[in-house]
Every structure is written in C-alpha cells, then in structure tokens.
Design a protein around this ligand. Structure first.
Ligand SMILES: [Zn+2]
Length: 184
C-alpha cells in the first residue's frame, strides 16, 4: 500500500478543516490572536476579521499552490536515492532513475572527471558504431538471401529441422565420454 498519497491527502484535509474551523470560530480563538490579527476594537463582530487578517486567506491559498509547485519541482529534480537532497540529473538504467553524481553507479561516488567523461563518450560512440555495423550486417544477409529472410523462424525450415535433429540425434558416446580404459 502506498502511504505517501494517503498521508498527503490527510494533511491537506486536516489543514482545510483547521482553516474552516478557524474562520467559523474566529471570535473564540482568543484575545492574543485578536490583537495580533487586528480583529479587536472594530465596529461589528466580524468586520475587523474580514477587513484585516481574513482578507489574507486567499493569499494563503496562493502560497499553498506555490508550495505544492515547489514540492513537485523538487520531486522531479531530486536524486532518486532515498534521503539524498542533491539534484539528480544523471539518468541510470535507461532513464528509470535520475541520480546525483554521488549515487550514480557509473561515477563511483565522486564527480565525473574530464577523463571519465571522455572515456564514457568514446565507449558510447563505439557501442553505437558496433550496433550499426551489426544491423547493417543482418540487413545485408537478409537482402542477399531472400529465402532465408522468409523462413528463418518458421517451424518447417531446414534450419529449424536441423536444430531439432541436432538435439534428438546426439551421439550418446559423446555425452558419456569415451570411457575410462581402466574399466575394461
Ligand atoms: Zn544522490
């Protein structure tokens, strides 16, 4: 069960209920609050509240919205290692994780040096080139033998039959080995 959304929703509900209670029972919150929020010595029971402190309630909503936005931004750019407060800009495991340099498995806990950056870049280019040449090779093979392209994976092709017979017709002698001459 995911507790974080439940806790968040609960906190929001509690906050809303608190604000609602505060507004409804503003006269009972106490003299200290009345003095400090400017709700005392005004004509009418709620005039002071609504022209003073109460008029700022909408600003609390705006502040709450901004706080939520900041929280979401932090969640987006924060390192995925639990408890880490650094910015995590380094993707790992096909972008499943965004990690800071200290928690990225490729950087061994320290900031990537120029040498490491150049080496990783070179390795990346070499991998790309190897993959491309392999792809080109397969493509060339398929265009050279259209018959093979049609039936490589079919059950009745000579290749598949050869593979099956290879499994079933294995010579038992080769499996057991030639046998120890001392046995005879
Ligand atoms: Zn981290």
């Amino acid at each position: 069960m995911k507790w974080r959304p439940i806790i968040t929703a609960g906190l929001i509900c509690a906050g809303a209920a608190g604000v609602a209670l505060w507004v409804i029972r503003a006269r009972l919150v106490g003299h200290w609050l009345e003095v400090h929020t400017g709700t005392v010595n005004e004509p009418g029971p709620y005039y002071g509240f609504w022209s003073g402190f109460g008029s700022d309630l909408t600003e609390f909503a705006i502040i709450g919205t901004i706080a939520t936005g900041v929280y979401q931004l932090v969640k987006k750019y924060n390192c995925h290692q639990p408890g880490c407060w650094r910015v995590g800009n380094n993707p790992a495991a096909a972008r499943q994780f965004s990690l800071c340099y200290r928690h990225h498995p490729g950087y061994q806990g320290s900031e990537p040096t120029l040498e490491l950056i150049q080496r990783l870049h070179k390795e990346h280019l070499e991998r790309q080139a190897a993959m491309l040449s392999k792809l080109h090779e397969v493509h060339q093979h398929l265009t050279d033998n259209p018959a093979a392209a049609n039936g490589v994976f079919g059950p009745g092709t000579p290749a598949a039959q050869a593979a099956r017979s290879g499994i079933t017709q294995t010579d038992p002698g080769t499996l057991d080995g030639p046998g120890d001459p001392r046995d005879t």
